[in-house]
Design a protein around this ligand. Sequence first.
Ligand code: DHB
Length: 375
Amino acid sequence: MLLSQLLHVHGIDSVVLERKTKDYVLGRIRAGVLEQVFVDLMAQAGVADRLHAEGFEHNGTLIAYEDDSFRVDFRAQTGTPVVVYGQTEVTRDLYAAREAAGGNLIFNTEDVAIHGAETDAPYVTFTVDGQEQRIDADFVAGCDGFHGISRQTIPLNIRREYEKIYPFGWLGILSETPPVHHELIYASSARGFALCSMRNENLSRYYIQCSLSDSPEDWTDAAFWTELKRRIPAQFADSLVTGPSVEKSIAPLRSFVTEPMRWGRLFLCGDAAHIVPPTGAKGLNTAASDVHYLLNALRDYYENGSDQGIDAYSQNALARIWKAERFSWWFTSLLHRFPYQSEFDLKMQRAEIDFLRSNDAAQKAMAENYVGLPY
Ligand code: DHB
């Protein structure tokens, strides 16, 4: 949706195919922390008014371990905050803008297939309401997520995949309660990781590391709150306002990258090409950085008649992706409890947290990555 809107702003037509309904997409709870470069892209797309009015700038975050915590000051370290604004709201704003501009969005598409990606005349076939349709295009942007067909379209002898599966998941809840703190709290404890986040003054998002064999029904709201309180410093546990969950789900954690991100006239964007564990809040932001590189590549093609941007897309996008992969892997490894962790491993984790607490250069490196590396 963001790519489509940006292309529109630059005079380039697109058609968006969506497998689900609009209501389904707008009913999902997704990420909530936007890098400043992402906010700037939204402004370039002409869809940042509500984001500017309703998003919350966060100038830092707390990192907690057992009953201690310290703050990393993003603003002091980098000059830049992050913005808390739900991905669902980003999508809502983009739908509104595309619809107002008469954009071509097709929902409920099934059996999507990409043809001729390695030729100069690619096309996409799909069915809607049982009717087969075909769209001929100059290019295809595969923005269809980890389980989509775009990545699978690239032959196996060309595609190389890199993956790490983490031995735990995140159980997340949304509750209509005031956030326990005005900034996020990333907490490491002997019982596992916990994260306190929010959407607004009366909507909180909390996560706890859980077993991969758990299902959301195993966790009553009361059990969730009890476990969360055990994992965050007592001062926050004591003031935590609990209430009924309005959403509860479990997500597995994975690091994944596919190379290359381009095959002929097919470009992969976002989760279709890469996944990060959620600890660094990079999932949505890495998708946005792909959009930035692809937009510029396509503009170079249409405005200057040059293939240079297109030829460099995969390399440019991946250079930034791998750094976000590294940060997400590092921050996940720092704060979670792993099965079979030795006493030595635990001491290393603790020493690294102590180093981050006491070392300005380490905090600067963390902050630069968290607020988002420059495009
Ligand atoms: C949220 C999710 C994350 O993965 C994260 O690192 C920070 C915040 C959230 O949903 O609010």
